[in-house]
Design a protein around this ligand. Structure first.
Ligand code: F6P
Length: 352
């Protein structure tokens, strides 16, 4: 057994689930247990379990045979404990009661932010970036993204054939409230001729002109990928509060694009909201490998006692970054991103 500064740690999965959480749990736990002999406490249902003291010691059979499974064996929740100081105290008490040397948090932006806040309260934490949205700052890639990307690409492919058969305009609404990575990549992979992402507010007249041109062709059709967080130029100028209301209470982004196009062109577009199908299911090989590499890196940080960091992918390298540098930040698609350029140069329109 190799020496380890961490003898016993807790692990939780927080926020929306994604494929790759189980391979990551397996990666950390196997490396921590077999290489360093650490004890592992599995905390149930994310931060809610840390507040309520719901945890169990994980044995090798718990983290074996799970690499191919979607979701998370630990369960998750969208608990926001920092809204209530009593819950913060409860988390710290449980951390102490369980005699943990560190807490490992598998989560997206919000969960990494909470992990950092816990670090500020004096708790040792290590983060792993997960989400189908790929929008965590400090890493080139999150696990979960590639599985969702394959799913959305398949959906766009399917819409393509029916759009072609019926000479119709089909809209696929893709997850991604803040960032458009999933829509952009699936839009390119699926050959969408219009890609609408939150980073680029769209001018419906420009999209309409493009679609109308395509429909002039005798077999004309169109497949549009719209991120759930997409906004029109007019919407983007609204005060934050008003925009939030539209997003939360009004018709969904795909529906808004559909209605506007119907009005502009007098056509009948169809909308498919891909929803939670994007988050479920078996992780693809890429996510299993990335999650395993992240897990092993986290075990190494635990052994070194190198706390307050999030593991990350930078180019080809699995490395780590200080949590304080990534907490509370979103990794948006840069407007000069190579993928946007590639999409535009192959004929896709963004409405800008
Ligand atoms: O996990 C991130 C995400 O997939 C976002 O793209 C989406 O806006 C959100 O989850 C919706 O999840 P929920 O309904 O569980 O809050």
């Amino acid at each position: 057994m190799k020496d380890s500064k961490t003898k016993r740690f807790g692990i939780l999965t927080a926020g929306g689930d994604c494929p790759g959480l189980n391979p990551a749990i397996r990666g950390i736990c196997k490396a921590a247990h077999y290489t360093y002999g650490m004890e592992i406490l599995g905390i149930e249902e994310g931060y809610r379990g840390l507040v309520e003291g719901k945890g169990r010691i994980l044995q090798p059979h718990d983290f074996s045979g799970i690499i191919h499974k979607g979701g998370t064996i630990l369960g998750t929740s969208r608990e926001r404990p920092f809204k209530d100081p009593v819950k913060v105290d409860m988390m710290i008490e449980n951390y102490k009661k369980w005699n943990l040397d560190c807490l490992v948090v598998l989560g997206g932006n919000g969960s990494q932010k909470r992990a950092y806040w816990l670090a500020e309260e004096g708790i040792n934490v290590i983060g792993l970036p997960k989400t189908i949205d790929n929008d965590v700052e400090g890493t080139d890639m999150t696990f979960g993204f590639h599985t969702a990307l394959d799913m959305v690409t398949d959906a766009v492919d399917r819409l393509h054939s029916t759009a072609h058969s019926h000479r119709l305009v089909h809209i696929a609404e893709v997850m991604g409230n803040e960032a458009g990575w999933l829509t952009l990549y699936a839009g390119i992979a699926g050959g969408s001729d219009v890609i609408v992402i939150p980073e680029i507010p769209y001018d419906i007249q420009k999209i309409a002109a493009h679609v109308s041109e395509r429909l002039r062709h005798p077999e004309g059709f169109s497949v549009i990928a719209v991120a759930e967080g997409a906004v029109s130029l007019e919407e983007s100028k609204l005060p934050k509060k008003e925009l939030k209301k539209i997003k939360n209470e009004g018709p969904r982004a795909g529906e808004r694009v559909s209605k506007a196009l119907n009005k502009a062109l007098g056509i009948d577009t169809r909308v498919s909201v891909l929803g939670y199908l994007q988050r479920g299911g078996t992780p693809v090989a890429f996510d299993r490998v990335l999650a395993t590499q992240f897990g092993v890196k986290a075990a190494e940080l635990l052994a070194e006692g190198d706390y307050g960091r999030m593991v990350s992918l930078k180019g080809e390298e699995i490395t780590s970054v200080p949590l304080k540098d990534v907490a509370d930040k979103t990794k948006y698609v840069p407007l000069d991103d190579v993928a946007i350029r590639a999409a535009k140069l192959t004929g896709a329109v963004f409405g800008d």
